[in-house]
Ligand binder design. Structure first.
Ligand code: MN
Length: 201
């Protein structure tokens, strides 16, 4: 069975009042993400990986990636990362509550400190990559990864992500990545999704 993109969890225009245009969704979801999934399907066709769940394909192809054969991992990683990314966004961010809020206070000191760390990670990821909130051995951490890499290959539980590839922000913010990050933290970050991932961990 072929891999498919998860459906967008909102209308493509729903994020527009919150700084992410329908045009960005049209290209990012409709072209970039779609291409990763299409490439992956072509690469794993008639192999044992074709019938495995996507997270397993990501982890299974990581050794080849490190050994200089990055094709499957890059496309599997990007296919999975983008599904996770669309759920990391919602029209109009709220603040963390419940167990997530308690855990943030405990591990970061405050929600503001978490946001500050996230902003730094997302800003300083050189070139293409991702910023993450993860659960690592029971502790909340902010991390950044290069290209298609993600927390699954480090044995961490991903809770929330921001795509900082240039294609994620160029149409709306041109080269101003820090403004895109600020907008994510202010208007788009889906803390309910992070909370549900924490509850399931
Ligand atoms: Mn992307």
């Amino acid at each position: 069975m072929a891999f498919t993109q998860a459906p967008l969890p909102y209308d493509p225009g729903a994020l527009e009042p919150y700084g992410m245009s329908a045009k960005t969704l049209e290209f990012h979801y409709g072209k970039h993400h779609a291409a990763y999934v299409n490439n992956l399907n072509n690469l794993v066709k008639d192999t044992a990986l074709a019938d495995k769940p996507l997270p397993e394909v990501v982890v299974a192809s990581y050794e080849d990636y490190k050994a200089g054969k990055p094709g499957v991992f890059n496309n599997a990683g990007q296919a999975w990362n983008h599904d996770f990314y669309w759920s990391s966004l919602k029209p109009g961010s709220t603040t963390p509550s419940g167990d997530l809020a308690t855990k943030i206070e405990k591990d970061f000191g405050s929600f503001d400190k978490l946001k500050e760390e996230f902003k730094t990670a997302a800003t300083t990821q050189f070139g293409s990559g991702w910023a993450w909130l993860v659960l690592d051995n029971g502790i909340l951490k902010v991390t950044k990864t290069l290209n298609a890499e993600n927390p699954l290959v480090y044995g961490q539980v991903p809770l929330l992500t921001l795509d900082v590839w240039e294609h994620a922000y160029y149409l709306d913010f041109q080269n101003k990545r820090p403004d895109f990050i600020q907008n994510f933290l202010g208007q788009l970050a889906n803390w309910d999704f992070a909370a549900s991932n924490l509850a399931a961990a």
